[in-house]
Unconditional design. Structure first.
Length: 353
């Protein structure tokens, strides 16, 4: 029996699974998917949970039912590569593997800022996004919210909270000279103007010195605050950072052209945990997952896998509430309703994969 274990049922993991199930598999193949939740959660929409503009069920999708797949919903404590097995946090069981696909995504990077991990909310997991949503929803009128980080996540969180709670005082702390530094200047200017029109304060050149329960200190000025949300960077999941493999400067595992770990070629890594020339995204993880499925199918049939084709990303989309947005669509910067509709279309497809 050849045992394939996929860790993580997100955008990369589900594409690996779908690619395997789309083809006839030898009878000696056993597939196990391990995830902390008994459902797929659409991480690109967690900002809506944090803002209270969507219900939990709106960002959940059932895993595909197939007799060839066994699901384990539990928290992994360690990937034991010396014995080819997974160990779990609250139980003594272990799951052995012959082939392992790691698609566990990322988690917040607090950059050593004192108090950041203890006193900030997050949108990096389903549970944390729900916790953030409760904190925002429970604020009294005119409560104060600070969002640290003005990348895609910070922008979507800030704008969605503004739409959800017009009464709140919202502050966006941006380390750079403009929001969305990875985007075209047309998009940057459009988003900056949106924040001005919608009364969201943006503080550029921010340097967060420490965070307290009721405040955040920036460049020597401490703001009294009710809720602080951290969106100022991510790092690979702890499980990946602890593995004894070669990593890049961002702690992502260096893989070969087949997404295999050179030191252990029965292990595949995709998405936020794999070293890549591209920035982390759901789209990137999904495309890599599709290619890993093709490689695995060849390996399982004792064939030489074909070198995956160069990835072609279609662009990045972001929202400014329910009826406005921005994005690079086919390398063209666009703003307004069209990219927002396109983002909704991508969500619709994700739910009906």
């Amino acid at each position: 029996m050849k045992r394939i274990v996929i860790i993580g049922g997100g955008y990369g993991g589900i594409k690996i699974l779908a690619g395997l199930l789309d083809q006839p598999l030898p009878e000696d193949i056993q597939i196990t998917v391990v995830d902390r939740n008994p459902f797929r959660s659409l991480k690109t929409e967690f900002y809506t949970i944090a803002a209270g503009t969507a219900a939990d069920q709106d960002v959940r999708v059932d895993f595909p039912k197939d007799p060839r797949v066994n699901y384990v919903f539990d928290e992994i404590s360690m990937i034991d590569t010396s014995k080819n097995q997974l160990l779990f946090k609250d139980s003594e069981r272990s799951i052995p593997y012959d082939y392992l696909a790691i698609a566990v995504g990322c988690e917040d990077n607090y950059h050593g800022v004192p108090g950041a991990e203890e006193f900030t909310e997050s949108v990096q997991t389903f549970a944390k996004a729900r916790h953030t949503g409760v904190a925002i929803g429970n604020l009294k009128a005119y409560g104060k919210v600070s969002i640290v980080g003005a990348g895609l996540s910070g922008i979507e969180v800030a704008s969605e909270i503004r739409e959800s709670r017009p009464d709140l005082n919202i502050r966006l702390l941006d380390r750079g000279s403009t929001v969305l530094k990875a985007f075209d200047s047309k998009i940057q200017n459009y988003v900056e103007e949106w924040f001005v029109k919608n009364d969201v304060d943006v503080l550029h050149h921010s340097n967060i010195e420490y965070v307290e329960k009721d405040g955040v200190c920036n460049n020597g000025v401490c703001f009294i605050n009710d809720v602080t949300i951290w969106t100022a960077g991510v790092q690979p999941n702890r499980l990946v950072r602890e593995l004894p493999f070669t990593k890049d400067i961002q702690d992502k595992i260096v893989v070969n052209e087949f997404y295999q770990v050179p030191e252990s070629q029965n292990i595949y890594v995709v998405g936020d945990c794999a070293s890549s020339e591209y920035s982390p995204s759901a789209q990137l993880a999904g495309l890599q997952g599709e290619q890993v499925a093709e490689v695995l199918l060849a390996v399982l049939k004792d064939k030489e896998p074909k070198k995956p084709k160069a990835l072609k990303l279609k662009g990045t989309l972001g929202s400014l509430g329910k009826s406005d947005g921005f994005g690079n669509m086919v390398k063209t910067p666009m703003t307004g309703l069209l990219p927002r509709l396109a983002k909704s279309g991508v969500l619709w497809l994700s739910k009906r994969h």
